[in-house]
Design a protein around this ligand. Structure first.
Ligand SMILES: [Zn+2]
Length: 321
């Protein structure tokens, strides 16, 4: 080949590499209460990196334990904080049991949590921040798992697992550990006194996937300055999963302010609506979900259970939205 042919070949090769990197997407699949809907207890999302690493975020009560056939391979479990609707104090008997308005939460996951049971069944790592790792290490150890699979990513630090960099960020909320996780005389005494266990602060997450996409998972939180200073200015998140339920966390108006003025991602997935958000897969008129969709200045992709959405490095939904 002469010089110009080499240059042409190199340009073609570079363009192909750039194109394939750009075409790589992160797949996000909600594992909610009812297929095709956005229901009150829905928190669980599976993120699949282009390299195949699969991450389950806040299994909560809608994942039917470690045997839920929707899970597939799970490499990493994330738990933003220990409240029952996130760690999973109870869960569905099977996917789609109960109704959207009246979810089935009949199977107790105490004293382990749904998150720990899933991690044991799937031999996954559990990555948490704050002071939650020793709690999960103890649950893994007590149930035949490997305590070293409970890994720490405390505020400001990060850990990389399966090519995905995982950091925790602040969440303005609470994180009391239900004494039923402790059990025995101590658990009973704490319960009688109305005192929860201390496993440190609640968290949100920032994930950086191998295609370059940075996602912010709010966890349960109010409005925090870190959403601008840390999540936007430092991590530059392009996709956000934002709680909109009100009462326990930001409501639709507060969540829209966080998205429009603080984080400013390219897309947002609402979560934790604590209501029937959709009927027949369409946003329910008069719902908090509708209020958030109207108030957000960036595209809102409502998480319909079982429906996979794909996001490119810039946070734009390229399929399934
Ligand atoms: Zn909570």
């Amino acid at each position: 080949m002469n010089r110009s042919t080499w240059i042409a070949a190199f340009v073609l090769f570079s363009a192909t590499v750039a194109l394939s990197a750009g075409a790589q997407t992160v797949k996000v699949t909600p594992l909610g209460g009812i297929d095709g809907e956005f229901c009150p207890q829905d928190r669980a999302l599976v993120f699949e990196d282009p390299n195949g690493t699969r991450i389950l975020y806040d299994p909560g009560r809608t994942v039917a334990g470690g045997g839920d056939p929707r899970l597939g391979k799970i490499d990493i479990v994330l738990v933003s904080h220990m409240h029952g609707d996130h760690a999973g104090n109870a869960h569905n008997k099977a996917p789609n049991s109960g109704t959207c308005a009246d979810p089935d939460m009949s199977v107790s996951a105490m004293p382990n949590s749904n998150a720990a049971n899933i991690a044991i069944a799937k031999k996954s790592k559990i990555v948490t921040g704050s002071e939650m790792p020793p709690f999960f290490a103890a649950k893994l150890k007590a149930n035949g798992g490997n305590p070293a699979d409970s890994m720490l990513a405390r505020f400001g630090g990060s850990v990389t697992v399966g090519g995905v960099r995982i950091a925790t960020v602040t969440a303005m909320h609470s994180n009391g550990l239900d004494p039923d996780y402790i059990g025995g005389d101590l658990g009973k005494a704490m319960k009688d006194a109305g005192i929860a266990g201390d496993v440190g602060l609640p968290t949100g997450y920032v994930l950086r996937f191998s295609n370059g996409l940075v996602a912010y998972l709010s966890g349960d939180t109010g409005i925090t300055a870190d959403q601008e200073l840390v999540v936007r200015n430092h991590y530059q998140a392009k996709l956000a999963v934002m709680n909109i339920g009100d009462g326990f966390t930001t409501g639709p108006a507060e969540a829209a302010y966080v998205i429009n003025d603080l984080v400013r991602p390219a897309s947002v997935i609402p979560s934790h609506a604590n209501e029937v958000g959709t009927v027949g897969g369409k946003v329910r008129p008069g719902s908090k979900t509708e209020a958030f969709v109207k108030a957000s200045k960036v595209p809102v992709h409502v998480p319909l259970s079982g429906k996979t959405m794909e996001f490119d490095a810039g946070g734009k939904c390229t399929a399934g939205c």
